[in-house]
Ligand binder design. Structure first.
Ligand SMILES: Cc1ncc(COP(=O)(O)O)c(C=O)c1O
Length: 440
């Protein structure tokens, strides 16, 4: 039995229908931007393994730092102990964070959001008040735990759980042309009583890489500040250089009260979540009254290996070379957008920093379940590029060490894919497209 067959007998994979699933790729190893399967084929990891990988796979510097830390201290209960990697990482982080000097650790993106929501709710509870309203953007995704599902768009990801999710007031995403509508909806939702506003700053990831401008987000945040509303920036996807700046909030003049980080924080080596907050929020928990304690924690909170990986990733992120790579990728994608923007096969094409996204025109619904996603995945995989489209939204979000040659290759096969689409559109005349599979 090969690995795939052994796997299918025993393992349940995330985001995967169990019936008639296409075979999994048996990944044997990674090096730089490449993943190698067990037959020796190599693939450019064009979505950074679910947006976590920053510096390439099996990065030796990060690996060595984890190894060094593992020989010293692998794990300790963070409720009663502290350790050097956790403190150093927090010190490094707060120097760069857009105004959140207090760091709370957890172990993934969903928990970082869960912690943020609980912090905001308990902040008011501790003051004897109560949050009246939680506000979120349409089309948002914040994770798969119950709190994070509650603040997300109601869709295929959370359908079976809808009756059990708490109520949220939604406002339109302030994309071009909808800025005023979004602002008005927010104003209507805010009445001065305690509230929370959670958002993915500038780019909504899982919702299809939907992008909007910093100026309108600043306006929304100003309204929140005026109206006793705690703001939570979910930078789980956008953090650590993805949008071109270290954090998407670095494009803003306003500062959110709470920020959520995960994914790229360890360079893609270890699971780690951070929820950082302002002194105002933090001080709301400092009390002689034990009831005002934040009773939240995970067994692996601030895992020393994860913190060591995050410090090492920070070292690499601060290198001039990384900044140059981020700038190179951003410029490349900007040009690529101009090239494809008005392509007949596309509804839209957009980019921000190291993120490039295209909305493919299809007859099917534009939801996550759009079958074009599987066709695109197969098309690129057959050409040595690993992608994971969000329905009809195909995006690239590569590790920072990707070269211009590799980007050129991605552009070349993207042009091929789009041209196949256009031809099929003309042939079928009904917008139902199939893309040509490569025969090997
Ligand atoms: C903006 C955002 N928040 C939270 C999450 C959840 O992170 P995790 O998958 O680590 O739980 C994601 C995951 O894609 C995300 O994009």
């Amino acid at each position: 039995m090969n690995l795939n067959e052994r796997d299918s007998k025993i393992i349940w994979h995330p985001f995967r229908q169990l019936k008639n699933a296409p075979p999994l790729l048996s990944v044997d190893r990674g090096k730089g931007v490449y993943l190698f399967d067990d037959k020796g084929n190599k693939y450019i990891d064009a979505f950074s393994s679910w947006w976590v990988n920053l510096h390439g796979h099996a990065n030796k510097y990060i690996a060595r730092k984890i190894y060094d830390q593992a020989k010293k201290l692998e794990q300790v209960a963070f409720s009663s102990c502290t350790h050097e990697p956790a403190v150093v990482l927090a010190e490094r982080l707060v120097k760069h964070l857009p105004g959140q000097p207090r760091v709370f650790y957890s172990d993934n993106g969903s928990t970082s959001v869960e912690v943020a929501l609980k912090m905001a709710m308990q902040y008011h509870h501790n003051r004897g008040t109560k949050i009246g309203r939680i506000i979120a953007l349409d089309n948002s995704y914040h994770g798969d735990t119950f709190g994070s599902m509650s603040v997300a768009e109601r869709n295929v990801f959370n359908l079976p759980f809808n009756p059990f999710l708490f109520d949220v007031k939604r406002i339109p995403v302030p994309v071009k042309g909808k800025e005023q509508q979004s602002l008005n909806s927010l104003k209507n939702a805010l009445d001065g009583s305690p509230a929370v506003f959670i958002f993915e700053p500038l780019v909504q990831g899982a919702g299809g890489m939907v992008m909007y401008e910093p100026a309108i987000l600043d306006e929304l945040l100003k309204q929140c500040k005026k109206n006793n509303c705690i703001t939570i920036a979910d930078e789980v996807m956008t953090g650590f250089g993805r949008t071109g700046k270290l954090f998407a909030c670095d494009y803003l003049t306003e500062r959110p009260d709470i920020i959520c980080l995960s994914k790229g924080i360890t360079g893609g080596f270890m699971p780690l979540g951070v929820t950082a907050c302002s002194n105002r929020i933090f001080n709301g928990f400092v009390s002689d009254d034990k009831i005002k304690t934040f009773y939240h924690g995970h067994s692996y909170t601030a895992n020393p290996l994860a913190c060591a990986a995050a410090i090492a990733s920070f070292d690499l992120l601060e290198k001039k070379h990384t900044a140059k790579q981020i700038a190179m990728i951003s410029t490349f994608f900007e040009r690529m957008k101009r090239r494809f923007k008005s392509h007949a096969a596309l509804k839209d094409c957009r980019n921000m920093g190291t993120i490039f996204a295209m909305e493919i025109r299809t007859a099917e619904s534009t939801s996550y379940l759009n079958p074009v996603s599987e066709q695109l995945t197969a098309f690129y995989l057959e050409r040595g590029v690993m992608v994971r489209p969000l329905g009809n939204v195909l995006y690239f979000l590569p590790p920072y060490p990707i070269s211009k040659t590799e980007l050129n290759y991605i552009e070349k096969i993207t042009a091929e894919m789009l041209s196949n689409f256009s031809k099929e559109m003309v042939k079928s005349g009904n917008g139902k497209q199939r893309i040509k599979r490569k025969t090997r």
